[in-house]
Design a protein around this ligand. Structure first.
Ligand SMILES: [Zn+2]
Length: 386
């Protein structure tokens, strides 16, 4: 398969199924649920499928026609993608979307809605979506993406109305090939990044390209053997928290500034005469609203950054257990093999397991909106104690 399917890495079976559905209207369903571990490419697969559905060429999803092109760059008139700015997708946002989705497509064959984080739907939003799924209009297609089919991620009522597509983590070999061939990464670097990314293509690309990301990862992986005392535990918690904040600021800083500037232009600066006071009030309110949205986005970025660090840490303790048991399985961080084997010799398996559990408990705590520093401190004290 070529064209838009090139983007869907290491998922041959899924691609075959989606391509068939795009070719043959009788094999088509109006609601799909893409699941798979983070980085397996759920939203990429959904986007490629949307492009194929809109494609005007003989073989759907050619990747060349204007339709495919606008679909893949996110500018197709009849494809809407919901990316929650905050931690959840609210009911008003969903109602507006459902209403738009019921319209006839303007230029495409379908009116397509992609919901990239269906696990972030509020209950109200879920219900609004459910109504649309229950009474589908002919030309509307909903593509939902979520980590799993678990009821915590997607309500059972919604899941039962969707055709399911399960993506796998792509093999390291497939990831390395994409990095080399498509992103022009040096082969050796691509191999390394693919071997430590846990099947997460975006993460592999980021590590391959960004020296700062590589050194952050190194610092995180040095934590397990670097905890000499309780003071280290608290110091490390504070450092991880600070680093996550700094990176989140980096991620959102530029975008925030652009948005503020655009808002300023939209509202018009200065002016005299009638209506100026009212306009100023409106501008002030819009500014407040923007600030609120940016703050929510920043919080989310910070959580995502911390989560990556926790996944690396969890991988380390998992590797220690694997090495301790003498299992012939690939390590999640093969470049830390020396540290992993040393830890496996020094720690009892129960203690490595308790540490792994402490990392997972910290992820859950962050998920419940526990203050990051508090969650990190609790984790690091547990990691130190063993
Ligand atoms: Zn096309």
């Amino acid at each position: 398969m070529t064209g838009v399917w090139d983007e869907v890495v290491g998922q041959a079976d899924t691609v075959a199924e989606l391509a068939t559905a795009a070719e043959d209207p009788s094999a088509m369903t109006h609601a799909w649920l893409f699941t798979g571990p983070p980085g397996s490419g759920r939203s990429v697969a959904a986007r490629a499928f949307a492009a194929a559905l809109q494609c005007r060429a003989g073989v759907r999803g050619c990747g060349e026609c204007p339709s495919c092109h606008t679909a893949m760059t996110g500018t197709h008139t009849d494809i809407r993608e919901v990316v929650p700015e905050g931690l959840s997708i609210g009911v008003n946002e969903m109602r507006a979307l459902v209403q738009l989705a019921a319209h006839q497509p303007a230029v495409g064959r379908y009116q397509i809605v992609i919901i990239t984080d269906a696990d972030r739907l509020t209950e109200g939003a879920s219900n609004a979506l459910l109504k649309a799924l229950e009474e589908p209009s002919d030309q509307t297609v909903f593509l939902l993406c979520a980590p799993s089919e678990h009821p915590d991620d997607v309500a059972a009522t919604i899941r039962s109305r969707c055709r399911r597509v399960a993506l796998r983590s792509p093999a390291a070999e497939a990831v390395a090939t994409v990095l080399t061939v498509r992103d022009g990464v040096d082969p050796e670097m691509a191999q390394w990044a693919a071997s430590v990314c846990g099947g997460h293509i975006g993460r592999a690309r980021h590590l391959a390209r960004d020296a700062e990301a590589r050194s952050r990862r190194e610092r995180v992986l040095a934590v397990p053997l670097g905890l000499r005392g309780l003071g280290d535990a608290f110091g490390t918690a504070a450092e991880l928290d600070r680093a996550a904040m700094a990176e989140a600021d980096d991620l959102s800083g530029e975008r925030d500034a652009v948005e503020r500037e655009e808002l300023g232009i939209a509202m018009g600066a200065g002016g005299v005469g009638k209506g100026v006071a009212a306009a100023a009030r409106r501008a002030k309110a819009a500014e407040k609203e923007l600030e609120k949205r940016q703050k929510v986005r920043n919080t989310r970025n910070r959580r995502d950054v911390l989560d990556l660090a926790l996944i690396d840490l969890a991988g380390f303790y998992r590797d220690v257990l694997v090495a301790g048991a003498g299992a012939q399985v690939a390590l999640t961080s093969p470049d830390s093999a020396d540290d992993v084997h040393r830890a496996a010799r020094e720690w009892a398996p129960e203690s490595a397991l308790r540490r792994l559990e402490a990392v997972l408990a910290c992820r859950e705590a962050l998920d419940r909106n526990v203050k990051p520093l508090i969650a990190l401190e609790a984790m690091l004290v547990a990691l130190h104690r063993g």
